[in-house]
Design a protein around this ligand. Sequence first.
Ligand code: ADP
Ligand code: MG
Length: 453
Amino acid sequence: MTMEAWGRVKDSLVKRIGKNNYTTWIEPLRLADLSEGVVRFEVPTTFFGDWVSRNFADHILSFLNAEGQSVGRIEFLVPTRPAVSEPAKPATRAKPAARARAVQDDELPGASLDARFTFDSFVVGKPNELAHAAARRVAEGGPVTFNPLFLYGGVGLGKTHLMHAIAHELQARQPHLRVLYLSAEQFMYRFVQALRDKQIMDFKEIFRSVDVLMVDDVQFIAGKDSTQEEFFHTFNALVDQNKQIVISADRAPGEIKDLEDRIKSRLQCGLVVDLHPTDYELRLGILQQKVEFYRQQYKGLEISSGVLEFLAHRITTNVRVLEGALTRLFAFASLVGREITLELAQDCLADILRASDRKLTIEEIQRKVAEHYNIRLSDMIGPKRLRNIARPRQVAMYLAKQLTPRSLPEIGRRFGGRDHTTIMHGVRKIEELMTSDSQLSDDLQLLRRLLQG
Ligand code: ADP
Ligand code: MG
């Protein structure tokens, strides 16, 4: 079976079993092989396999067969060596219903909103307080004070949650407003569809008639020229009419590669706020809030504050993973009829805890180092040789070698395709300077601490 076919099966599974179940139980499955009517998956633990088999085997089988694979049985293998799990990826959201529930007028081609993503359920802490305050302001629906509101930050830090919260709040306060929320991918999809069906005028009219436009994950349209062009015109038309626009992306406007400069500068015109990586307090706060839900769902199951603190301390990747861990922990404990203890958590979350240990990416290192030395992220990978840029770049190379398991050629690729000898030279240079340059060694110490949390 091809990976594409398995990908399609997974898409169907998301729709059938919901995003949470999917993230917790299906995403970690590694397709090992399919032959003679048996499909084999690698799973992190025996329990995990049992659970999937008990709850989702029928769905998996029926979707595989619908893909033309004749499969009668599923087997689960627990690798003796830890399965290499990829860093957590954003869960694929189930493809939304065709019509926006956000709008009264159901002609708008938006995405449906997640009822749980409200301001009430959003936990505010230092890393997200600015983004939250800005979102609140927009959600009041008063006169437009900044346009667009541009929210950016890494995966799973709450961008989508905040955007849905804005839509919910606007809907409640100002039901007459036409609020359109959709992902940049859906924007492109609608646009291409309109081109194909020769309905581009309708498309333009719809998008120009909304009061609030929210486009999620706008980095998606980078490099897609005609979609960008159309987005740019839509954007300008709305700004001219003084309509509010909210945009999210995984990085700052200036850092999105293959995005036209005129769009970048347009995006920077309003208020640009970032969601910082979570800190320990925020993670603990989120866990405490979410746990209420599980206490009710699994009556009688308790989780001590010690275990919550352990999770907040150890799972630093993102909030989505944190939630997944909680889901699995409660499901596991209730299934085996045991109390939630630290040992149980360590046992049943072994793969997540391992993945969390390996969380650091070269990108994050580059970002932090660029921030620290006040240079642009793009200069990290660019060709400039000026000392005040080359040195921080070497610092980032050194930290990438030290703090990630990546090889020199891999690091080279992420520094704009540099040769591995260049990376080696950079690493050596820093090692050499470190001993004599106390400022540099202080910088390194600080950066290391920041990066390892
Ligand atoms: P992003 O769009 O930035 O990738 P999401 O908004 O999809 O992230 O958030 C991922 C998950 O984490 C969602 O289930 C969301 O509800 C939850 N989440 C993120 N930040 C918070 C927060 N501050 N308080 C409560 N839940 C949060
Ligand atoms: Mg999102």
